[in-house]
Design a protein. Structure first.
Length: 152
């Protein structure tokens, strides 16, 4: 029991010195300004605010969701390599990058699945696709415009 009393006494002494150090730090910093009073907003106003924003944007001719991001959607251009799935095309996007070590320009290809609602794209067409919300597991792009037809 004598050992416990010694340990408790030692830790109590450390706690007092810690408090003294904290008191010095607190005294050195200026007091925080009083907080401004917060006005309560009725719940009905909070719930109708997104609907009001959507109505205002509809009046201005904007057709976007109230939670849509402000950044523009990514657009890429590529060649249709497959149009076999219904309402889906596979687009090969070519890009050129500089090799990080050797500096040589090398070609990289990416295959993206894009949604084609009207089934208008054919194999070999050059199309522009935009990033959208995911339509399926692998499809999060949609056809924006057809730049060039395969036969033309």
């Amino acid at each position: 029991m004598g050992e416990d009393a010694t340990v408790e006494g030692a830790s109590a002494g450390r706690a007092e010195t810690d408090m003294d150090e904290n008191a010095d730090q607190t005294a050195a910093s200026p007091p925080a300004p009083p907080a401004a009073p917060v006005e309560s907003v009725p719940e009905a106003v909070v719930e109708t605010a997104p609907a009001l924003e959507q109505a205002q944007s509809a009046e201005q001719g904007e057709a976007r969701a109230p939670s849509a991001a402000a950044r523009p959607a990514r657009e890429v251009t590529g060649v249709v390599t497959s149009d076999k799935p219904d309402k889906t095309i596979i687009v090969r996007v070519d890009r050129r990058i500089k090799h990080p070590v050797y500096g040589k320009i090398i070609r990289r290809r990416t295959k993206l699945a894009a949604h084609d609602e009207a089934n208008t794209c054919r194999e070999g067409d050059t199309v522009t696709i935009v990033e959208t919300r995911p339509v399926s597991k692998t499809k999060s792009w949609a056809v924006c415009r057809i730049l060039e037809r395969a036969g033309a």
